[in-house]
Design a protein around this ligand. Structure first.
Ligand SMILES: [Zn+2]
Length: 44
C-alpha cells in the first residue's frame, strides 16, 4: 500500500478506491491524490 505524498519508486500504481492508474516515471516522483476520487491510497 502506498499513500499520496510518498515516493514509492518508479512504477504503476492503482487507486484502491476507483481503480485509476497512475505512473511514476522516476524514483523521485511523489504520488499525488487521485484526480478522480480524491483518495490517497494506492496499490501495491
Ligand atoms: Zn481514485
Amino acid at each position: 500500500m502506498s499513500k499520496a505524498g510518498e515516493q514509492p519508486g518508479e512504477g504503476r500504481y492503482t487507486c484502491v478506491t476507483c481503480g485509476h492508474v497512475v505512473f511514476l516515471k522516476s524514483d523521485g516522483d511523489a504520488l499525488a491524490v487521485c484526480p478522480h476520487c480524491g483518495s490517497g491510497r494506492y496499490a501495491p
